[in-house]
Design a protein. Structure first.
Length: 139
């Protein structure tokens, strides 16, 4: 296996992801920021963060598959979210629900690989609530 996920003792827990990923392969896959658009660039789940999370992860899965990878090969996910902050717990709930809804469908490991969720004021177009980048390592 080219990816080992772990959380060393003493690192903050519980979180729904591992803190560390070790990639030992020679091929690196970088999936560019995916937004909630279908294959014809049509908006998906406008105004619905949970639905947009589901779509961006499906799009990332397609990108990974195009390179011969799956979420099992991912060493890092980086999410950019609008309206993301400590005073908005409903955003975290919608974020986690979107991931949970497609975990089995897409073969996303649990706990997740290392994840960053970064708050931004604006993404690509006004209806875009989330963008995800995926980084994977293959032999």
């Amino acid at each position: 296996m080219t990816v080992q996920l772990l959380t060393p003792e003493g690192m903050y827990q519980p979180v729904p992801y591992h803190h560390v990923a070790i990639g030992t392969g020679t091929r690196h896959v970088h999936v560019a920021g995916q937004i909630a658009r279908d294959g014809a660039n049509g908006p998906v789940a406008t105004g619905d963060l949970t639905g947009q999370i589901e779509q961006v992860l499906r799009n990332a899965a397609r990108g990974l598959a195009g390179a011969g990878a799956t979420f099992a090969d991912v060493v890092r996910l980086r999410f950019f979210l609008t309206d993301w902050g400590p005073d908005q717990p409903e955003t975290m709930e919608a974020f986690m629900a979107g991931i949970e809804n497609v975990t089995e469908e897409l073969g996303i490991p649990r706990p997740l690989p290392p994840v960053s969720a970064i708050g931004v004021s604006y993404l690509f177009e006004p209806d875009v609530l989330v963008e995800v980048e995926a980084y994977a390592v293959l032999d």
